[in-house]
Design a protein around this ligand. Structure first.
Ligand code: XIL
Length: 447
C-alpha cells in the first residue's frame, strides 16, 4: 500500500510540474483513455485480469499486463490448497509475488478465494464439524491478515450453490458438516479479520435471472437484512455458445445492486472469435456501465494461450498478445479510443455510429470520425459486423477486410485531413441475412 500511494503521489506531483511548464503529458506515456484500465477509470471502474505468478517472468505477458490492466486477481495462488496445504502451515510466496508486482505498478488486487469446495486440500475434508469450523475461521483470519490493507475486495465464499433448477446449496464439506449458517459465519469472521476489505460472494451461472441466481439473491437479501457483513457480489461470467451472455444480464446486476451491494464482474471470458465474440464482450461492458454500483470488470487471464479454456480462445489478446476484435470493442464500449497517440496527450480522434436508413433486408450505417485537439492527416477505424451479416457497399472511405470478412478496416478516401475538432463521415450498407445487430466499432487511430 505504501508503495502504491507513494507512486501515485509522485506521478501526481510530476504531472503538476509538467502542467506548470505548459506541458500536458508525461513524455512517452500513452494518452489517458487508450488502454482498458485508463478507459475504465475514466468511467469510475477498474479493469482487471487474473494473473498467474509463473508467467511474471515472460516479458510480453508482463508488458501487456502492465499496459492494459489496473487490477489483478491471483488465478490460483490465494486458494486454500496454495495458501494452507497442510493444517496451520501457511505458504504465501506465490500470492506475494503477484501482490508485489501489482503494488510496484500501482495496480489494485482482488482476493480470490477464502472458502470454496474446490482446490481444497484433502485434510480439510477429513475434519469433524468442530474442527472444520475452527479450521475455516482460522484460514480466513490468517490469509486476510497476511494481506491486510492490500486487497480491495475478497471473494469470501465461492460457488456455494448447486447448478440446475433447484436453487439448493451445493453439497460441500462446509454445507454438510456446518449447515446453512457457514456462509454467515465466514463473512463475520472475514469482517473481523480485515475490516477494510470489501467482502464478496462469488458464483457462476448466476449472471442472468434464474433459479441459481434467485437463490443467491435471497441469501444476500437475508444477510443484508440481518446485518451480516457483505459488501459485494461477484458474477464470474464465463460464457460460451452453450451459455451466452444472458439477455437480462444488466437487469440481474441491477437487482443485486438494489439490495445495497456492489456488483463486480469477476472472471469474464467468452469463448469464440471475431465479431460475435467482440459484440458479446461489448454487451458485458455496456451492462456494467449501465449499473452505477457495478464497480469493475476482471477478465480471467491476459492471453488466450494461458486461458483455463485455451481451446475456446476466450480472452482479449491472442496467443501472440495481439489485440483481438474483442479488445477493440471493450475499449470502445468503455469510451476509450483505439490507441492512436498523437503525442499531444489526448485522443487523436474519436468515432460514433448511427444507423441512417433501414429496409427489411438491409440497413445503412454511418460512422463519424472527429479529430481531437490537434489536426490529423489520417484515421483508421474498424467496423465489425455479426455473421451472417455482410457489408455490401461503402462510401467516403477505403475499406480492407480480414480473412473472416466480418471485420472491415476503414481508412480515408480523400477525407483524412481534419483540423482540430473537425469531423468527417463514412458510410456502408449491411445486408442483414436475418440478423439486425448493430456493428461494433473499434476505436479510432489517428495519424
Ligand atoms: C480456475 C483456474 O483458472 C485454473 O487454472 C485452475 O486449474 C482451476 O480454477 N471459477 C473460479 C476460478 O472461481 O477460481 C476458477 O479458476 C475458474 C472457475
Amino acid at each position: 500500500m505504501r508503495t502504491k500511494r507513494l507512486r501515485r503521489a509522485l506521478v501526481a506531483g510530476l504531472a503538476g510540474l509538467l502542467a506548470g511548464a505548459g506541458l500536458t503529458a508525461l513524455p512517452g506515456t500513452a494518452h489517458a483513455a487508450d488502454t482498458l484500465a485508463s478507459a475504465a477509470a475514466a468511467k469510475g471502474r477498474y479493469f482487471g485480469t487474473a494473473v498467474a505468478a509463473n508467467h511474471l517472468g515472460e516479458s510480453a505477458y508482463v508488458s501487456t499486463l502492465n499496459r492494459e490492466f489496473g487490477s489483478v486477481t491471483a488465478e490460483n495462488e490465494m486458494k486454500w490448497d496454495a495458501t494452507e496445504p497442510s493444517r496451520g502451515n501457511f505458504t504465501f510466496g506465490a500470492g506475494d509475488r503477484i501482490v508485489g508486482h501489482a503494488q510496484s505498478r500501482g495496480m489494485d488486487v482482488r482476493g480470490h478465494t477464502l472458502v470454496w469446495h474446490s482446490q481444497l486440500p484433502g485434510w480439510v475434508s477429513g475434519l469433524g464439524a468442530n474442527d472444520l469450523r475452527s479450521a475455516m475461521n482460522n484460514h480466513i483470519t490468517r490469509v486476510m491478515q497476511h494481506y491486510q490493507g492490500e486487497i480491495h475486495s475478497w471473494d469470501v465464499v465461492n460457488e456455494a450453490f448447486q447448478d440446475g433448477g433447484s436453487g439448493a446449496r451445493r453439497n460441500s464439506v462446509f454445507q454438510n458438516k456446518l449447515g446453512d449458517g457457514w456462509i454467515e459465519e465466514a463473512f463475520r469472521t472475514a469482517r473481523a479479520a480485515d475490516p477494510n476489505a470489501k467482502l464478496c460472494y462469488n458464483d457462476y451461472n448466476t449472471d442472468g435471472v434464474n433459479a441459481k441466481s434467485n437463490a443467491v439473491y435471497n441469501l444476500v437479501r437475508d444477510l443484508k437484512s440481518r446485518g451480516v457483513p457483505i459488501d459485494c457480489v461477484g458474477f464470474q461470467s464465463h460464457f460460451n455458445s452453450a451459455s451466452p451472455v444472458p439477455s437480462d444480464y444488466r437487469a440481474n446486476l441491477q437487482r443485486f445492486a438494489d439490495l445495497g451491494v456492489e456488483v463486480q464482474i469477476t472472471e469474464l471470458d467468452i469463448e469464440g472469435s471475431g465479431s460475435s465474440q467482440a459484440a458479446s464482450y461489448a454487451r458485458v461492458v455496456d451492462a456494467c456501465l449501465a449499473v452505477s454500483r457495478c464497480t469493475g470488470i476482471t477478465v480471467w487471464g491476459v492471453t488466450d494461450k494461458y486461458s483455463w479454456r485455451s481451446g475456446g480462445t476466450p480472452l482479449l489478446f491472442d496467443g501472440n498478445y495481439a489485440k483481438k476484435p474483442a479488445y477493440h470493442s471493450v475499449l470502445s464500449a468503455l469510451g476509450g479510443s483505439g490507441g492512436g497517440d498523437d503525442g499531444g496527450g489526448d485522443a487523436g480522434c474519436s468515432v460514433s455510429y448511427t444507423k441512417t436508413r433501414e429496409w427489411s433486408d438491409r440497413f445503412n450505417g454511418q460512422v463519424t470520425v472527429t479529430a481531437g485537439s490537434r489536426p490529423i492527416s489520417g484515421w483508421t477505424v474498424t467496423v465489425t459486423v455479426t455473421p451472417p451479416q455482410k457489408v455490401s457497399a461503402t462510401w467516403n472511405g477505403s475499406p480492407t477486410w480480414d480473412s473472416s470478412g466480418n471485420v472491415m478496416t476503414m481508412r480515408p478516401n480523400g477525407n483524412g485531413n481534419l483540423s482540430a475538432g473537425a469531423s468527417t463521415s463514412f458510410g456502408f450498407t449491411v445486408m442483414k441475412n436475418g440478423n439486425s445487430a448493430a456493428p461494433v466499432l473499434g476505436g479510432c487511430t489517428a495519424s
